[in-house]
Design a binder for this molecule. Structure first.
Ligand SMILES: CCCCCC/C=C\CC(=O)SCCNC(=O)CCNC(=O)[C@H](O)C(C)(C)COP(=O)(O)OP(=O)(O)OC[C@H]1O[C@@H](n2cnc3c(N)ncnc32)[C@H](O)[C@@H]1OP(=O)(O)O
Length: 303
């Protein structure tokens, strides 16, 4: 990811994401409906659909890991690869991230990846989560989240690592970090991202209470930048994108780096310790029990 000035600010020592790939179908390119030239060709993978528009330099990236876009290891990996692909293509300056699943933007960590799994798997999973956050948080592209569904926990992290957030005005589409309600604790880099977005006091309250904010409250606290009727989320995200792209890339990119680098560096300095911390915490019997109970409650809630 080179800046116009030649500065590279994406962490270079990141995992090679394709090493994590199992049974995915990356790199597939197909014409979009009614499409013609290059600008109308879709590409992506099984769980991430990319609709590039070369003319505007903007790609729409859709999460499609039904039913709730839970962040499985495969989805995390495919997101990193799609992001990297767009970043390496000079045609693109911005990405609109949205969901292809009805009513849910992203349900957060895939709890089945950390329930009843061995420590090695949990470590691999957590590294992939760190990787995605680092890549998104420091991306040289403009990232706009078009939040067209519920956005708890890890879903909120994805949205917060974008530059701008547009949320559909539906009381069911709540957003926030609800980790404490699952008996788990947001890691420091998540807490830092929250504080950077909504300030210390609001974060302190929201993190301890595990608050999930409905749209009007999310707007008020500053978690999202716009709340609009559901059918206007995409068009508003495009208008926001135009506003951000009106700024010269090099100036915007260097400013973004100035604002975010310290937060990302903090994780980069202690990535292994953060992984060990995560693994030893989630593998505790008591935490496994509460995660299992939460998952069971989700399953029983159905119907
Ligand atoms: C040191 C510790 C560090 C901790 C790191 C912290 C970082 C992030 C934490 C997390 O992200 S933990 C995950 C938190 N997520 C949630 O609490 C959301 C839970 N899900 C929901 O509230 C709802 O599913 C929804 C997203 C609002 C959607 O509701 P809807 O009614 O549309 O769908 P459901 O019927 O509830 O679910 C369908 C299906 O999906 C399964 N499922 C839902 N969420 C998850 C998940 N996060 N992981 C795995 N599976 C999930 C749910 O059980 C249903 O499954 P089936 O019954 O169909 O088998």
């Amino acid at each position: 990811m080179a800046l116009a000035s030649g500065v590279r600010f994406a962490p270079r020592a990141l995992l090679r994401p394709w090493a994590l790939l199992r049974g995915t179908t990356l790199g597939r390119t197909e014409p979009a409906a009614g499409g013609g030239g290059d600008g109308a060709r879709r590409f992506g993978s099984q769980r991430v659909l990319v609709e590039p528009d070369a003319a505007s330099g903007v790609a729409v990236m859709k999460l499609r890991n039904p039913p709730v876009n839970a962040l499985s290891l495969e989805l995390l990996t495919e997101l990193v690869i799609s992001l990297e692909k767009l970043e390496n293509d000079k045609t693109f300056r911005g990405i609109i991230l949205t969901s292809d699943c009805p009513r849910v933007f992203c349900a957060g960590l895939d709890l089945t990846e950390i329930c009843g799994r061995n420590p090695a798997h949990c470590a691999e999973y957590w590294k992939a989560m760190q990787e995605l956050w680092l890549r998104m948080y420091l991306s040289s592209l403009v990232l706009v989240a078009a939040i067209n569904g519920a956005c708890p926990a890890g879903g909120c992290i994805i949205a917060l690592s974008c530059d701008c957030r547009v949320l559909a005005d539906n009381p069911k589409y709540r957003i926030g970090l609800n980790e404490t309600l699952l008996g788990i604790i947001a890691p420091f880099w998540l807490k830092d991202t929250y504080v950077n977005t909504i300030g210390h006091r609001a974060s302190e309250q929201a993190l301890q209470l595990g608050s999930l904010f409905p749209p009007a409250e999310a707007l008020q606290v500053g978690l999202v930048d716009q709340v609009v009727p559901e059918d206007q989320v995409q068009s508003t995200a495009l208008s926001e994108m135009a506003r951000w792209l009106a700024v010269p890339d090099h100036a915007r990119q260097l400013t973004k780096n100035m604002m975010r680098k310290a937060t990302a560096d903090r994780l980069l300095r202690q990535r292994d310790a953060d992984t060990q911390n995560f693994v030893s915490f989630v593998c505790r019997d008591s935490i496994q029990k509460s995660l299992q109970a939460y998952l069971e409650k989700l399953r029983q809630r159905k119907g």
